[in-house]
Design a protein around this ligand. Structure first.
Ligand SMILES: Cc1cc2nc3c(=O)[nH]c(=O)nc-3n(C[C@H](O)[C@H](O)[C@H](O)COP(=O)(O)OP(=O)(O)OC[C@H]3O[C@@H](n4cnc5c(N)ncnc54)[C@H](O)[C@@H]3O)c2cc1C
Length: 396
C-alpha cells in the first residue's frame, strides 16, 4: 500500500514527492517522461518564481477567490522559501532586475534534475489512469500499468495548455468522477489574434508600454506578431478578452508628440515619431491610421490633423479576433472548483484522502514565475498534510 499516489509528474507532482522523503510515494504520468512542461518554461530557462513577498505575489492572481484560496499555501512556502529550497539542494539561482528568478544555468533541466534527485518515489511513465476507486480505507487506482492501492491520492494533472506536454485536461474527468465540479477551462496567458493585419509590423517590440483593455490599464512589454499581439502585457490580459474587444496601445505620449510636432515644423512627421523611439513601420502605421502621408512636414498639419495624429499615437487600437488557444497558452483558467478544496490542507472537502495541487485547480497567475510558485506552494501544503497522515481519513 502506498501512502500517496500522485497522478501527474509535472512540477507540482514532483515537488510534492520531493517533500515526502519518508513516505511511500508512487508517481503516475501518462507522458513518456515527467516534467515535460517544466522544461519549456521561461523559454527553456524556467522562471521558477518572482522575488516578492507572498502578499505581493498574491496580487498577481486575478480574482479575489484565487487570492483567498492561495494565501495559506503561499504563506507556507513563500517565494524566498522556494528559492532557499533549491539553493539548499545545490541549485544556484539568479534574480533578474525585474524580479524573475531563474537557475543560474539558465536551463530548466537544472530544476527538473534537482527535483528528481530528491525524490525517493516510484515513477511510472506512459501510464494511463483508467479509474480511481474510492474505498473505505484506501483508493484503488486502475491503470494501463496495473492496479495500485494507496491511502491517499493527489491529482496533479495540470491544466490543458500545451497538450503535447501531457497536460491534456484528462485529469478533470478523474476529479469529476470523484465528485468535483470543474469550472470550464479556458486558455490564459496566450497571444491575441487581431482583426487588423499586423504582419507588416511583425517582430516590433515595445518595452514598458501601457495597454488598456476594458477599464483596466497595464504596463509591460509587447510584441507585434504575424497575426496579432504577444508578450507579457498581452498574455496577462488574454484570459479576459472576448471577440471584438478593443485593446489600446499607448505607443507614444500624445502631449509629448504634440510638443515635438510644434517644435519642429520643418521635420517630417514620420521622422519626429521615429526620433521618439518608434520603429519606421509603426510610425507609418500611425500616420496611415490618421489619414496622413508620413512625408508631410509637421508644420503643414492642420490643427485637427495634428490632434488626430497625437490621439492615434497615444491610443493605437486593435480589435480582438480570437486568442491562440490551448496550443499556445501558458496557463489554463478554470479547473477544479476552489470552494470544494480545503485551502489549508489541499484536501478535497468531498472525498477524504483526495488531494489536489498545481494548475489542475481553478487558479491562473500572471506571467513572471507566479504559476510555478503556486504549483510548488500548493504541492508543499499537500505534502505537509499527507506527511502527517497515518490513515486515509485522519491525522493520527
Ligand atoms: C510554454 C510555457 C512556458 C511557461 N513558462 C512559465 C514560467 O517561466 N514560469 C512559470 O511560473 N510558469 C510558466 N508556465 C506555466 C507553468 O508551466 C505551469 O503553471 C506549471 O507547469 C503547472 O504545473 P503542474 O505540475 O500543475 O502541471 P503540469 O506541469 O502541466 O504537469 C501535469 C502532469 O500531469 C500529467 N498528466 C495529465 N493528465 C494525466 C492523466 N490523466 N494521467 C496521468 N498523468 C497525467 C502530464 O503528463 C504532466 O506531466 C509556462 C507554461 C508554458 C506552457
Amino acid at each position: 500500500m502506498y501512502d500517496v499516489i500522485v497522478v501527474g509528474g509535472g512540477v507540482a507532482g514532483l515537488f510534492l514527492a520531493a517533500n515526502l522523503p519518508d513516505r511511500k510515494v508512487l508517481i503516475l504520468d501518462h507522458a513518456k517522461s515527467v516534467g515535460k512542461k517544466l522544461l519549456i518554461t521561461g523559454g527553456g530557462r524556467a522562471n521558477i518564481t518572482n522575488d516578492l513577498s507572498a502578499k505581493e505575489m498574491l496580487a498577481h492572481f486575478p480574482t479575489k477567490a484565487m487570492r483567498n484560496f492561495l494565501a495559506p499555501s503561499l504563506l507556507s512556502l513563500t517565494p524566498s522559501d522556494l528559492m532557499n529550497w533549491f539553493e539548499n539542494r545545490g541549485v544556484e539561482l539568479i534574480v533578474r532586475a525585474d524580479g524573475h528568478v531563474f537557475p543560474s544555468s539558465l536551463d530548466a533541466r537544472t530544476i527538473r534534475d534537482a527535483l528528481l534527485s530528491h525524490i525517493h518515489a516510484d515513477i511510472r511513465t506512459a501510464c494511463t489512469v483508467a479509474a480511481i476507486i474510492n474505498e473505505e480505507e484506501s483508493f484503488t487506482i486502475h491503470s494501463s500499468e496495473g492496479s495500485f492501492v494507496t491511502r491517499s491520492v493527489c491529482l496533479a494533472t495540470g491544466g490543458m495548455s500545451y497538450p503535447s506536454t501531457g497536460s491534456d485536461g484528462s485529469g478533470y474527468a478523474l476529479a469529476k468522477a470523484l465528485g468535483h465540479t470543474i469550472v470550464p477551462p479556458k486558455p490564459a496567458l496566450t497571444p491575441i489574434v487581431t482583426c487588423e493585419q499586423t504582419a507588416h509590423l511583425s517582430g516590433i517590440s515595445l518595452s514598458n508600454v501601457s495597454i488598456t483593455h476594458r477599464q483596466s490599464t497595464a504596463t509591460g512589454d509587447l510584441l507585434f506578431t504575424r497575426d496579432g499581439l504577444s508578450r507579457p502585457v498581452i498574455l496577462n490580459l488574454s484570459r479576459a478578452v472576448s471577440k471584438g474587444d478593443p485593446v489600446t496601445i499607448a505607443v507614444l505620449d500624445s502631449s509629448l508628440l504634440e510638443e515635438n510636432l510644434l517644435s519642429f515644423p520643418q521635420k517630417r512627421v514620420s521622422t519626429i515619431i521615429r526620433t521618439l523611439g518608434v520603429p519606421a513601420s509603426l510610425a507609418r502605421e500611425i500616420c496611415e491610421r490618421s489619414h496622413l502621408e508620413s512625408d508631410r512636414n509637421a508644420g503643414t498639419l492642420r490643427k485637427e490633423e495634428r490632434k488626430l495624429l497625437c490621439k492615434t499615437a497615444g491610443a493605437l487600437t486593435y480589435k480582438v479576433n480570437t486568442t491562440k488557444g490551448f496550443k499556445q497558452a501558458m496557463a489554463t483558467s478554470g479547473g477544479v472548483e476552489l470552494s470544494e478544496v480545503n485551502r489549508k490542507t489541499m484536501e478535497s472537502r468531498l472525498t477524504p484522502g483526495l488531494f489536489f495541487c498545481g494548475e489542475v485547480l481553478d487558479y491562473d497567475g500572471e506571467s513572471g514565475g507566479f504559476n510555478i510558485q503556486a504549483a510548488c506552494s500548493t504541492a508543499y501544503l499537500a505534502a505537509r498534510t499527507i506527511g502527517k497522515r497515518k490513515n486515509k481519513k485522519s491525522i493520527a
